[in-house]
Design a protein around this ligand. Structure first.
Ligand SMILES: *Cc1c(COP(=O)(O)O)cnc(C)c1O
Length: 391
């Protein structure tokens, strides 16, 4: 037996464990201080009541002989795919039902999609970014190039014609930077990818935070994208499904003459047996009128928190991205060049926890991420402390 040696090249991620250790040490030494965590990268509000009702009903169906379900279609039940098709139609995107694949989340699909691509493809990943893209390609032994996201390009790198990449990752609105591409900027990526016959793997996990029509909610709103892109989406951030697990991936048939759509179907029917019926019923309830109203109430709470953090940065004159179309605010550390030193200073002097930008890639050094997933009260309190500390 020979192991996959590429796993030796996957770097240990110490980011969140280091943060947890530092916070634990601090609270142990200062049990009287109230530490506020704005480093949370997970939703905190509960599932919408409409979703809970649908989940309960589906559980009851499973307990009756007449309505019991066994294996479902690997690509998802028609009732959920119909809802997704209608959701895309509201964005002006028309998809065939067999271009939509329901899954247990965007992370799985982002990793699994690499089954379809030869090992000798060159991969282009933005830096800083969600670590999954680098790690999954490292495990497969692919060569990775980075596109630099910096303050100069507002953390939205554009295609460089001298870079020859075959698989291009884009994440917009971005984790960790909160930066979101305009339709015009995405058009440049689509043109570049088509010219090079490359594929764009577009992570739209935060599309529900986009609130400006000059920005894209789906890459398929861009002309020509169906010929070069695969889109990954999730109920996680949209409807609080991080623990419930449901996502969807769109593989257009216009991409490489339908070959990739066929291959993904073959891959999924071979290695995946579908998302639980119960969960798909819960997911479909997100698109009912009550479901939409309720998830938007939750999203509005996160958006208001993001606004509070962003306006604190405005008041302090601190440079930042995100906050408007994203639950993340990514800012230049005031008074510090090291994001870890800034982390310690903020923890000790404001008792506020965030995430050092250096943990997301070399270009993250000197930057810091705060998230909108805490309560409105805690967010306001944390921002008041930050304002006091730096004004
Ligand atoms: C949260 C997140 C996802 C969603 O992953 P799921 O597996 O669907 O929970 C995907 N991409 C990014 C960038 C994320 O931050």
């Amino acid at each position: 037996m020979k192991i996959n040696q590429n796993y030796q090249n996957v770097s240990e991620s110490y980011l969140f464990s280091t943060i947890a250790k530092k916070v634990a040490a601090y609270t142990q030494a200062h049990p009287d201080r109230k530490v506020i965590k704005l480093g949370i990268g997970d939703v905190t509000l509960p599932l919408a009541p409409a979703v809970i009702r649908a989940l309960h009903d589906a559980v009851d169906e499973m307990g009756k002989k007449e309505t019991f379900r066994g294996y479902g279609p690997e690509q998802g039940y028609a009732f959920l795919k119909d809802s997704l098709q209608a959701y895309y139609r509201t964005k002006g995107v028309s998809l065939d039902s067999d271009e939509i694949f329901v899954s247990d989340g965007a992370k799985s699909d982002l990793g699994n999609i690499l089954d379809l691509f030869s090992e000798d493809n060159v991969v282009l990943v933005p830096d800083p970014v969600y670590p999954v893209y680098v790690d999954t390609n490292t495990m497969a032994g692919r060569r990775i190039l980075f596109s630099d996201a910096t303050k100069e390009n507002c953390f939205l790198p554009m295609p460089d014609p001298s870079v020859k990449a075959d698989i291009i990752y884009l994440c917009s609105p971005n984790n960790p930077t909160g930066a979101a591409y305009s339709r015009q900027q995405l058009k440049a990526w689509v043109d570049y990818a088509r010219e090079r016959e490359a594929v764009i793997l577009y992570d739209a996990a935060y599309e529900c935070f986009v609130s400006d029509s000059s920005l894209a909610e789906s890459i398929f709103q861009i002309d020509g994208a169906k010929e070069c892109a695969i889109e990954f989406c999730s109920f996680s951030k949209m409807a609080g499904f991080t623990g419930t697990r449901c996502g969807y991936t769109v593989v257009p048939k216009a991409l490489k003459g339908g070959v990739l759509n066929k291959m993904w179907l073959r891959r999924q029917t071979t290695k995946f047996n579908g998302v639980p019926y119960i969960v798909q019923r819960g997911a479909a309830a997100v698109f009912t009128p009550e479901g939409q109203r309720e998830i938007k109430e939750n999203l509005a709470i996160y958006q208001a928190n993001a606004k509070v953090i962003a306006s604190t940065m405005d008041k302090l004159g601190v440079w930042y991205t995100g906050g408007k179309h994203s639950p993340y605010i990514w800012f230049r550390c005031p008074d510090f060049d090291s994001s870890w030193e800034f982390f310690d200073y903020l923890l000790e002097n404001a008792n506020v926890v965030g995430t050092p930008g250096a943990g997301f890639g070399k270009n993250g050094e000197g930057f810091f991420r705060l998230t909108a997933f805490n309560t409105p009260e805690a967010t306001k309190e944390a921002c008041a402390r930050i304002e006091k500390l730096f004004s």
